[in-house]
Design a protein around this ligand. Structure first.
Ligand code: PLP
Length: 396
């Protein structure tokens, strides 16, 4: 692996130099006003990125997985009923966590490559006349399959069934890269981490609770201590933590939100869409297909690319790492060996993306796939040249 090459794994993502410096701080007293000047702007910045004014944001020293646990343990009791769809490795793992916490799971199976099945959700919610279902889970972006689900559609399904269940969202690989609107979509808990759209090292679970979700903490019986948002809130009221905060990462988070908001969230989303479209143009030129079953499901943060039958897609990832010093993502779970993944979220430009496409191409040719060198690169180049709103054109 070479540290000079960008990574193309769908998290952790490439770190802008400014964020590396922001996270690398001398020790400071985390009970002093210096810390308050980091904490509150970081929390406010996250709220803006989530497009919420009503939710409360909590940041734990943890990862996205700890964010899942924060959501469940603060609001639910053993035996509570939860509706979820399993359409990839990350939704699978969140469901597994629910099961281990003794929640009563109603799991809708879906193909790996499909999105959250909205019609099934609506059917189940309509049939739940007693409103036994307390919470509905949705994974905004299945990182394993490169599938984006329609979260506004999940909200519509809940509303169409006049069902009061809360909506919890895994936005770990979408928030900060793809359009997300916490308030408008009626999301009650949103979960992410520091190492994907926020372009930082792993180490923070970032979780936002709607007032409805916050209210549940008083009755929820699942055991929690480290992840209790009531302790965290009491800490924040004193400009502090209930324990030692990850000060450097929080300082990084403050700057990361500033960078995203300075670029403009809509511009950030457009950049990810353009870069992803270039990758998709390359996939088409290679005559390969995506794991995502239809264009409405295509993720702008990661592409999972199916390789021909009989070919082990993981060989591409190993070869890229060993020969060219470039990291791609392997297939996980049901699609292990069937797909390789190009992560294209976080700090990435068109030009960086071209290097990843070129490397994937070299690997596939080296490994004997029938692909023309330069074909995918040319397809992406054409797309990037023609895209409007390109920052270089704007500056000219
Ligand atoms: C990365 C990821 C996670 C897990 O986050 P960790 O920070 O590794 O705990 C959960 N969900 C999705 C969709 C992810 O992409």
């Amino acid at each position: 692996m070479s540290f000079q090459n960008p990574v193309f794994i769908p998290g952790p993502t490439n770190m802008p130099e400014a964020l590396r410096r922001a996270a690398d701080m001398p020790t400071l007293d985390h009970r002093s006003s210096l810390f308050a000047d980091i904490l509150h702007p970081a929390l406010d910045g996250v709220k803006q990125v989530l497009k919420t004014t009503s939710a409360e944001v909590f940041v734990f020293p943890s990862t996205g997985t700890g964010g899942w646990e924060t959501a469940l343990t603060n609001t639910l009791s053993a035996g509570d009923k939860v509706l979820a769809a399993r359409n990839g490795m990350f939704s699978h793992r969140w469901i597994d966590m629910c099961t281990r916490h003794g929640l009563d799971m109603q799991v809708v199976g879906a193909e790996w490559g499909a999105g959250v099945p909205l019609d099934r959700y609506e059917e189940i919610l309509r049939a739940d006349k007693n409103h036994d279902i307390k919470v509905v889970l949705a994974t905004h972006n299945e990182t394993a399959t490169g599938v984006k689900s329609d979260i506004a559609g999940v909200r519509r399904a809940l509303d169409a069934a006049s069902h009061p269940a809360l909506l919890y969202l895994d936005g770990v690989s979408s928030i900060g890269s793809m359009d997300f609107r916490m308030d408008e979509w009626g999301v009650d808990i949103a979960v992410t981490g520091s190492q994907k759209g926020f372009m930082l090292p792993a180490g923070l679970a970032i979780v936002a609770f709607s007032p409805k979700a916050v209210a549940l903490t008083e009755t929820a019986q699942l055991p929690r201590t480290f992840f209790d948002i009531r302790d965290m809130r009491a800490g924040y009221a004193n400009n502090a933590y209930p324990y030692t905060p990850a000060v450097g990462l929080l300082n990084g988070l403050k700057l990361a939100t500033e960078m995203l908001l300075d670029e403009g969230l809509e511009n950030v989303f457009a950049r990810h869409n353009r870069i992803a479209s270039g990758v998709r143009a390359a996939v088409e030129a290679w005559d390969l297909s995506l794991c995502a079953q239809s264009p409405d499901l295509y993720s702008d943060s990661v592409s999972a690319i199916l390789t021909p039958q009989g070919f082990n897609a993981t060989d591409i990832v190993t070869h890229a790492s060993e020969v060219y010093g470039v990291a791609f993502g392997v297939g996980l779970g049901e699609v292990a060996g069937k797909v390789f993944r190009i992560g294209h979220l976080g700090s990435l430009t068109d030009v960086m993306a071209l290097s990843g496409i070129a490397t994937a191409e070299m690997c596939m040719v080296d490994l004997g796939l029938d692909i023309q060198l330069g074909s995918g690169v040319a397809a992406a180049q054409n797309l990037y040249r023609q895209s409007t709103g390109h920052p270089i054109k704007a500056a000219a």
